[in-house]
Design a protein around this ligand. Sequence first.
Ligand code: SF4
Ligand code: SF4
Length: 373
Amino acid sequence: MQYREIAGEKVGCIGLGCEHLDRKPAERAIETVGAALEYGVNLFDVFMPGCEVRENIAKALGERRKDVMIQGHIGSTDVKQQYDISRDLPTVQKYFEEALRIFGGYIDFGMMFFIDSENDYKNVFETGFADYVQRLKKQGDIRHIGFSSHNPVTAVKAIQTGLPEMLMFSVNPAFDMLPAAENIFDHFETDFGVGLFRGIDPKRAELYTLCAEKEIGITVMKVFGAGKLLSKEHTPFGKPLTSAQCLHYALSRPAVQCVLPGCQTREEVEGVMRYFGSTDSERDYAETLATMRNNFRGSCVYCGHCQPCPSGIDIAAAHKYLDIARLNPDNGTVKAHLQGVLGEPCIACGNCEERCPFGVPVIKNIAEAQALT
Ligand code: SF4
Ligand code: SF4
């Protein structure tokens, strides 16, 4: 396992989304959670409101509960259907307090559940909901405040309140190309709405860079796009991506600290953990993304194909920090990071631009980065 950091906590970069353990026998949770623990997984997302699945996971963790972290969701209920959202405080409290009881009296990341629409935003931040969440933290019931969202515009707004310390967001190459105004759930039963893609949506790019700038760690849901990116029939690209490519894509976005694939067997856990033994070329998503090359043209996707650079510049990392610095040129930390990856001055040899599959004007961008530091 490789570890990254969220809100000062050391988090394995692959965690476990436990959704598919819902309505399964306890033995399945014991097998899957047990396999994840063997690989060093220490972050488990438990958004499901059902008592049985939560208890199965707690049982599977046993004494190891204290060694791992739980993302528990505040406002996730099953009042009207299996997965339902509530902002009604007595209902929210009932479900969340049950999670507290089951998971040893505390939840590590208390996630304000599903803040997608303007209404969701208002119902969380302009009512007693956010006060309740702050009380939970003050009392030590939750260690950190986070939230989940699928909408980059609303997520940016939520982060700007200054309350959340982390975010769970849907990240994969197909969603990144979906205009922010589109609801991703409208595209689950389609082929992702092929006609809608137009390169990395600027609102999503803005969200990632804002998170990186404010050190809001992102945990990732839907890393395989509900399996569609792995399938020949439904991928919007010329060919399916592999599991390693999807994981690597998400893990190479700015601010992403952990991906949470939804495994439901030991074999599935072992499958995603093969990521750590994969080679750079097996992780390389650029060729597949380039089957929609025109849509990405000119935008750096941080793939690293342009290396090596004779001046020792880490070109992908420099673009990542440059994108953040463009958002806030006065951020000294970002400038320091940028300086750390710039190496010697660019000699404009042009090797990188020849190698870049996406037509990024690297020389111009590196000059801009060097001028900023
Ligand atoms: S400049 Fe091009 S090749 Fe280099 S990391 Fe960006 S997209 Fe990839
Ligand atoms: S043009 Fe500049 S950034 Fe690109 S490989 Fe040459 S020295 Fe490095």
